[in-house]
Design a protein around this ligand. Structure first.
Ligand code: PLP
Length: 385
């Protein structure tokens, strides 16, 4: 099976992990701090706080922005469920903004309309979470401009998008957001096995993220409320979690980061190959805007005819091509239907999932594999026509 995505691990990665295993610290030691600094440097942000996965980072980000029961959070229906679950973890209400069918990203027009309606209904969100689907940044300047009239915070779910750029600057610099979250799951651009990081330019937010990642406990003497105890003393000041990333993982991340630019170049090359190969076929792709460099986590094609979507999908898998769907709309998941969401609420998201197929894309994919994928696809389209 050609998978839709997979990690690329080399001898340097392995050696970096082994070094940590032989050292004094295997969790939250010096390598974690190095990794966080390297992420902050790469993304041109002030602070980077790593955690056990991006879902944990999204949860921490919502907590740091004080998302609580009674609050509303908006995200995109075309995303992984973690983008919206994080709000539910905080007891908040979730709602969605429909996508732009050309890009699959949160539609700026739909956002503008929904904001106007929400203002009138006194139901404005506290936080919105745009998702950089496939590795392309949402139009953050416009989104920021729209919400800046209100007291709304922004978390970028950039789980797909480390190494990507928006307006020629690294995604994660938080120029138009409060916090940006990246995932290091093995199918993503770089990996730590499991892992994630949140970047921000706000010292207070960085501090909260750090505190909540480890039980809400601090040992810093200048943060303690009590000073009468011994040096053994630590203080729990908030209800936090154990969302720590190990030094073993951080070492892998640091080593992977050295190859990030190569990965992005390779993924863009593979995407360009696909682009070229599918030209003769009756297939659309997601548009990438000129001011964006996509990290190309995913290469999504859209079939013209939704009637053949399931057949083509199953036939590709039968031919050992691990295609996937990113994503079935979150609001159509049974759990979300039980919350009151119904079919028909976000029409572009619902149409998208009836046409979209993610083709295999990862650094070690060969051009021959790509040719096999496209030839198989072309034969199926002809057969189904
Ligand atoms: C992968 C992913 C997540 C969750 O990442 P984990 O590190 O697996 O928790 C969140 N949002 C999106 C859009 C993702 O693709």
């Amino acid at each position: 099976m050609i998978p839709y995505g997979k990690q690329a691990i080399d001898e340097n990665d392995i050696a970096a992990v082994v070094d940590v295993l032989k050292s004094d610290f295997i969790t939250q030691g010096p390598v974690l701090a190095q990794f966080e600094q390297a992420i902050a440097d790469y993304t041109q942000s002030q602070y980077a706080v790593a955690a056990s996965n991006a879902t944990a980072c999204l949860h921490l980000a919502c907590l740091a922005l004080e998302v609580e029961p009674g609050d509303i959070v908006w995200t995109s229906p075309i995303s992984f469920v973690a983008s919206s679950n994080c709000a539910l973890y905080c007891g908040a209400e979730i709602d969605f903004v429909d996508i732009d069918p050309n890009t699959g990203l949160m539609s700026v027009d739909a956002l503008a309309t929904k904001l106007t309606q929400a203002k009138q209904a006194h139901r404005l969100p506290k936080v919105i979470i745009p998702v950089h689907l496939c590795g392309q940044s949402c139009d953050m300047e416009k989104i920021h401009q729209l919400v800046s009239q209100y007291d709304i915070k922004i978390i970028e779910d950039a789980s797909h998008a480390i190494g990507g750029q928006y307006q020629h600057k690294p995604i994660g610099n938080c120029q138009f957001s409060d916090i940006t979250v990246f995932s290091f799951h093995p199918v993503k651009i770089i990996t730590t096995g499991e892992g994630g990081v949140a970047t921000t330019n706000d010292a207070k937010l960085a501090h909260k993220l750090t505190l909540l990642r480890s039980h809400g406990v601090t040992r810093n003497s200048d943060e303690l409320q009590h000073h009468e105890y011994g040096s053994w003393y630590y203080e729990q000041q908030q209800l936090g979690f154990n969302y720590r990333l190990t030094d073993i993982q951080a070492a892998l991340g640091l080593s992977q980061l050295n190859k990030l630019d190569d990965f992005i170049e390779r993924r863009n090359q593979l995407a360009a190959n696909y682009h070229q190969m599918i030209k003769p076929l009756a297939i659309d792709t997601l548009q990438v805007n000129e001011n964006c460099l996509s990290s190309y986590h995913l290469y999504v094609i859209k079939l013209h005819n939704s009637q053949i979507h399931k057949t083509v999908f199953e036939a590709l898998r039968a031919k050992k091509i691990g295609v996937n769907l990113h994503y079935f709309p979150i609001h159509l998941q049974p759990y979300y239907q039980n919350l009151g969401f119904t079919t028909g609420m976000f029409e572009h998201a619902e149409a998208y999932c009836q046409h979209a197929i993610s083709l295999p894309l990862y650094p070690e994919l060969s051009k021959q594999d790509q040719q096999y994928v496209i030839e198989t696809l072309a034969a199926l389209l002809q057969q189904e026509d």
